[in-house]
Write a protein of this length. Structure first.
Length: 446
């Protein structure tokens, strides 16, 4: 399975911020180009209407400005723009200064008005270009604008305090531009981080869907193989049962009888495992309809005890039942005995020789509580939930289960199908206790 690793969020954020900077720079190039040719046309019109006035210097400045504006416009999508980011701003400020200075020279009486207009022009240039500039470039542009505005005010014979006011206004405009740019960059970074997380989530979801598909294919293959094993295995069990009866009838040697019994037991265990695998899948998919009927608890616990009694006696383990005769539970009589057999087999496996197992049935808080206690080792707390998961077993060798790790998972599915719950609980006097809690009234089958 191949997958493209998603880019780290900081890298994507940096790329997004750079993209936003280039977009603003491209917008500035558009505005600069339109303004350059518009002011050049306006200058030519003024020169035509007032040929006696000296418009040569402003026309030269506007022509140079329009030419450079066209060059910057052509380079607006190139990364080289980042290396010369300050140059277009200096060009804007210089062209504005030359035109305003020439205007003050031509209209001397209106010099203060023109100088005041220059302040607005410089504020607009600094604020607009500051959106696409780094902080240090914005500071340099502000200093240039303050210097040019001061020279214009001096030329217009404006008082020094007005120069100070103009400097404060330009500084404020630059500060606003820097704040807006920083906030915009932060927003771009946050948006890029969210976008990166979204892409990563989409990639993870795609990987999950792919893994889920592979898991379904694997489960289907396992079910097919297991199902096809059932027929030959059943035939083998029948043959072994016939062989065992014939050996007993012909009074075969003890070794031959033990060998046939071992083969029959192993084959039966494999057949039970196959049935459990198939039923586990059906329970997972909700394809088993439970036949819930009220059953006396003792009619469930006593046969379960009887079924494991011979194995318990071989290890000198005592198996007892403690349940009242009038306690009933709604249970499926095909699945529930197998659940109890799994729990008892597990208890026998981990109980020491001369140990004890106790099956208890009680009613508490509107629930029927069935417990399987044994004198085996204590199950570590971290393993108590994990052992009920599919294909999961305890970490320690002592508590590792034989088989495929489906026994307790099957028990959990059966209990949940009965609208109950199962857990390992601490019970005084018992190292290990599996406790099943079921509704006292019959649950409605789905």
């Amino acid at each position: 399975m191949t997958s493209t690793a998603p880019s780290p969020a900081p890298e994507i954020a940096a790329q997004a911020a750079e993209s936003e900077r280039l977009r603003l720079a491209a917008l500035s190039a558009w505005v600069r180009l339109l303004a350059g040719f518009a002011f050049l046309g306006l200058g030519l019109l003024c020169w035509i209407l007032s040929p006696l006035l000296s418009w040569r210097d402003p026309l030269v400045a506007l022509t140079v400005y329009a030419a450079f504006s066209a060059i910057f416009f052509a380079l607006r999508h190139r990364k080289v723009v980042n290396g010369i980011a300050l140059l277009p701003v200096v060009l804007d400020l210089s062209a504005a200064y030359v035109v305003l200075r020439a205007t003050i020279a031509v209209y001397g009486e209106a010099g203060p008005v023109v100088a005041g207009l220059g302040l607005g022009v410089f504020v607009l240039i600094v604020a607009f270009d500051g959106l696409s500039l780094q902080r240090r470039f914005a500071v340099v542009a502000t200093i240039i604008a303050m210097t040019e505005e001061t020279l214009l005010l001096q030329q217009a014979s404006v008082w020094p305090r007005h120069m100070l006011f103009a400097g404060c206004v330009l500084g404020l405009a630059a500060g606003v531009g820097i704040i807006v740019f920083e906030r915009t960059s932060r927003l771009v970074h946050q948006t890029a981080g969210i976008e990166a997380a979204r892409h990563q989530l989409a990639d993870t979801r795609a990987q999950y869907d792919q893994l889920a598909g592979l898991q379904r294919d694997k489960d289907s293959l396992v079910q097919l193989i297991v199902h096809d094993m059932r027929g030959p295995l059943s035939a083998a069990i029948l043959s072994l049962e016939f062989l065992s009866r014939e050996l007993k009838r012909q009074r075969a040697t003890r070794d031959m009888l033990e060998a046939s019994e071992d083969a029959l037991t192993s084959s039966t265990n494999v057949a039970n495992m196959i049935t459990q695998i198939l039923d586990t899948t059906k329970l997972e998919e909700g394809r088993i309809t439970l036949n819930l009927v009220p059953v006396p608890v003792r009619e469930l616990l006593d046969p379960a005890r009887q079924q494991v009694l011979s194995r318990a006696q071989s290890k000198s383990i005592t198996v007892d039942v403690d349940a009242p005769d009038n306690l009933f539970v709604a249970a499926d009589q095909r699945l529930f005995p197998r659940l109890l057999d799994n729990l008892l087999s597990n208890a026998l496996r981990y109980s020491p020789r001369d140990g004890r197992i106790l099956l208890v049935g009680t009613e508490s808080g509107g629930e029927v509580v069935l417990s399987v206690h044994n004198t085996g080792d204590v199950i570590p707390i971290p393993d108590r939930e994990k052992i009920f998961a599919k294909f999961q077993q305890g970490e320690t060798e002592t508590h590792r289960m034989f088989g495929w790790g489906l026994g307790l998972y099957f028990c959990r599915l059966v209990v949940e199908a009965h609208s109950g719950r199962i857990a390992v609980e601490d019970v005084v006097g018992w190292p290990t206790s599996f406790v099943i809690r079921l509704p006292a009234s019959m649950p409605s089958p789905e």
